[in-house]
Design a protein around this ligand. Structure first.
Ligand code: GAL
Length: 419
């Protein structure tokens, strides 16, 4: 009896060794993300495909809600209850906040084997590391300061695509007079904040944006330039239709696609919607820097962090996921669908459209000129609590609660002190 037991154990060990050494068993990799719109879903499907090609099982943990606020709330409750997913879409300074919990996995082995230090811009590599160790894998670079326009709408209204905020008001008036909606927008705090940061960049320029919204310099936050930014931002409100409350961003994009509205101020994930609808830039739609912002670039880098695992197969799966994310193949196909550009350096751009080529060119140019700045609305610039408090001020102002631009600037300056 004893002998049989030992023999069985011996066989099990041998089998285990064979499988363990040659191929780890398929792991189930649960991935939290908020990519549920048409273009986003197509993009994340590519990641799933690549992970499955490596023999693992993808467990989808999608939490709808643009900008990821809902996803972050759900993630926190899962981690608090001791049940984190294997990987989660977390980006910017939040990676450091999560690093402090001590629950993130060190993925240096994959990063070293795949030479990430030489394949990533140094600034991006730093964001992906906690105390010098890689804990996250970046997928892309989104540009936030875009304007998406429908050329037919502009033609009908006899309007020109605006290059400055002054020109914007002229064009928007014409579009409204023609009986169309000038600005497609969804009344959600993160969308308000997205428009606001483009206005600040356009009114104040990149150096001002950086002082006010990245360095949180009190004098800049209360300055006349910030008051002016709130004035311009408040006027944009008049060009949004009355049904905008709580509209999802991709439904706002659809209004531009369908010719109901003239323009949308949104990051280039919006391009993913145009692409998914079979639309061609330059012909069916126009991509241009938001008014006054062609010398600036608000960046937003999406990434996945890995949570520590006790199971060796799952750890192996995490490494495979991280390696897949940074592969040439994935960076190309994912970003073609997502509207962003590859974060991996030295990638060929020939399959990308003109908007992506422009983004890539401007990314390089602004990284030299100082025009490259992190997006505050998309969690790249300041800690999440600070960004949240500032977003509240911006949204309250935009929703016309009787706050003047001067008062709003002062409130923004106090909110910036939130830690
Ligand atoms: C951003 C994210 C993008 C896109 C967008 C809308 O914060 O970085 O990848 O998904 O939200 O959901």
């Amino acid at each position: 009896m004893k002998e049989t037991k030992m023999r069985v154990a011996g066989i099990a060990l041998a089998v285990g060794l064979v499988f363990g050494m040659n191929a780890a068993r398929a792991a189930e990799i649960e991935v939290l993300h908020w990519w549920t719109s048409g273009g986003e879903a197509k993009s994340v499907a590519e990641l799933k495909k690549m992970l499955e090609a490596k023999g693992h099982k993808w467990k989808d943990f999608a939490v709808a809600g643009g900008g990821g606020e809902n996803a972050m709330t759900v993630l926190k409750s899962r981690v608090v209850s001791g049940n984190p997913p294997v990987a989660a879409q977390i980006k910017g300074p939040s990676i450091q906040e999560w690093g402090e919990t001590g629950k993130l996995a060190n993925i240096d082995a994959t990063a070293k084997a795949e030479k990430w230090d030489s394949l990533l811009p140094a600034g991006v590599a730093n964001i992906m590391k906690y105390k010098g160790h890689y804990v996250a894998a970046p997928v892309n670079v989104h540009r936030v300061n875009w304007m998406w326009a429908n050329p037919e709408v502009f033609k009908k209204a006899g309007a020109e695509v605006p290059k400055t905020w002054d020109e914007f008001f002229v064009a928007a008036d014409k579009i409204q007079k023609a009986g169309l909606i000038a600005v497609a927008h969804g009344g959600q705090p993160w969308q308000d904040f997205t428009v606001f940061e483009s206005v600040v960049l356009g009114v104040g320029g990149p150096a001002f944006y950086k002082k006010a919204l990245v360095d949180l310099d009190q004098a800049s936050l209360k300055s006349d330039t910030m008051v002016k930014s709130f004035e311009v931002f408040g006027k944009v409100r008049k060009y949004i239709d009355k049904d905008s409350a709580n509209r999802d961003w991709n439904l706002a994009t659809a209004m531009v696609i369908n010719g109901k509205a003239g323009m949308q101020f949104m990051g280039d994930w919006a391009k993913g919607e145009f692409t998914a609808a079979g639309k061609v830039p330059g012909k069916d739609f126009i991509c241009a820097a938001a008014p006054g912002t062609d010398k600036g670039y608000t960046f937003n880098v999406d990434s996945f962090v890995m949570f520590q695992q006790t199971n060796a197969d799952t750890t192996k799966g995490q490494g495979d996921l991280a390696a897949a994310i940074m592969s040439n193949e994935f960076q190309e196909v994912f970003n073609l669908n997502k509207g962003s550009i590859p974060v991996r350096l030295g990638m060929k751009m020939d399959k990308f459209d003109d908007c992506a080529k422009m983004s890539s060119k401007d990314f390089v140019a602004t990284s030299k000129s100082g025009g490259l700045v992190p997006s505050i609305a998309h969690g790249m610039a300041v800690p999440s609590a600070t960004a949240g408090a500032m977003q509240d001020v911006v949204t309250q102002f935009f929703n016309g609660t009787g706050v003047t631009p001067k008062q709003a600037a002062d409130k923004l300056a106090s909110a910036a002190k939130t830690k």
